[in-house]
Design a binder for this molecule. Structure first.
Ligand SMILES: *Cc1c(COP(=O)(O)O)cnc(C)c1O
Ligand code: SF4
Length: 328
């Protein structure tokens, strides 16, 4: 894999026609919604495409990125800001929703476009992208000694170049009450060469304790390049966790999630959260019933060591933390 990560972004697939051609898909199976594609364009790196099965319209990786006619389904329970982010923005790109930790949106771009994503409607063009634009957020953090952890998020924070990230993290290093840096990213999964020397350099240098939360939904996403990327992050001193989203047709069985969790812990990654889908407009077809989700969780608890079982949670606007899902 000689391509740089920046080149991988440049040559990524940007429409479903190309996706179908490269996957040898044609005929009746190929029905997509150009409307959905217009709202949220297709974006799939070749590195991720390579892990999909040729000729299989139900491939679990393809299902995550392929626009479907169902994206136009209207359901009043699925809206545009399901998690109430607009209410908690304290400075441009800075969300302070939970005690002790803030989430900084450092980029609107992602290394892949996931059709179920609750951020598909976020007004990203306004997201700050350089130190100047991050200053109000940095100043907010400096002023509030109750904040101990900064979560770099997006979009995907690792779509930002390392020089800018290194500068930002240096600013955090200088704030005495900060002790932890967390990075929520899918880049090491979709474009594994993103975890390069430059990234590992600034990561290793920070005095903050380092937590990287990956986003992998299906075991087939983990190939040898992803394993290598994970190893590099761990060698740079990061503890690596994973969050998955429970997605109908992709990972909504105990067998599939067991396979994912087994593989994750074998790679030294702890399953952290299994998210119930956020009810975002355009994603109705991915929703999985909570009763089924709970049955799967019960099954996982019997099959896996305790540390390999994720917490099954949902985000409810206005709550002081993510909420554990329980029987009603
Ligand atoms: C999910 C989230 C966090 C992190 O929550 P944890 O339970 O600590 O993983 C922080 N801030 C915001 C705005 C979030 O949405
Ligand atoms: S924010 Fe994460 S889940 Fe959403 S589109 Fe980007 S990579 Fe996918």
């Amino acid at each position: 894999m000689d391509r740089t990560w920046q080149n991988a972004m440049k040559v990524a697939i940007r429409n479903s026609t190309e996706l179908f051609e490269l996957l040898n898909l044609s005929g009746d199976a190929v029905r997509t919604s150009k409307e959905g594609e217009g709202q949220f364009p297709v974006f799939v790196p070749l590195e991720f495409l390579r892990r999909m099965r040729l000729g299989d319209i139900n491939d679990p990786l393809l299902l995550q990125v392929l626009p479907r006619p169902e994206e136009s389904n209207v359901d009043a329970k699925f809206d545009f800001d399901p998690v109430g982010d607009a209410q908690v923005e304290k400075a441009p790109g800075l969300l302070h929703k939970y005690m002790g930790r803030v989430l900084l949106i450092v980029s609107g771009a992602c290394g892949v476009h996931c059709r179920y994503c609750f951020r598909r409607h976020y007004p990203y063009s306004a997201a700050p992208k350089s130190i100047d634009q991050w200053l109000p957020a940095i100043e907010y953090i400096e002023r509030d000694p109750s904040i101990h952890e900064v979560i770099l998020s997006g979009g995907d924070p690792l779509t930002v170049v390392d020089d800018h990230l290194a500068e930002l993290v240096e600013r955090f290093d200088a704030i005495p009450h900060l002790t932890r840096l967390r990075i929520h990213t899918r880049m090491p999964v979709v474009i594994p060469q993103r975890v390069d020397q430059k990234l590992c350099g600034w990561l290793r240098r920070t005095r903050l304790s380092k937590w990287v939360v990956l986003h992998i939904n299906h075991v087939q996403e983990i190939d040898e390049n992803v394993v290598e990327a994970i190893n590099k992050l761990r060698l740079a001193g990061a503890t690596v966790l994973n969050q998955a989203v429970l997605l109908r047709g992709v990972n909504d069985t105990a067998d599939k999630l067991e396979a994912l969790c087994q593989r994750l812990v074998d790679c030294g990654v702890m399953p952290y959260y299994l998210h119930q889908l956020d009810r975002v407009a355009g994603a109705t077809h991915f929703e999985t019933d909570r009763v089924l989700g709970l049955k799967i969780m019960e099954e996982l608890a019997t099959r896996l060591p305790g540390y390999a079982v994720p917490k099954y949670v949902v985000e409810i606007a206005g709550e002081p933390s993510k909420s554990m899902i329980q029987l009603p």
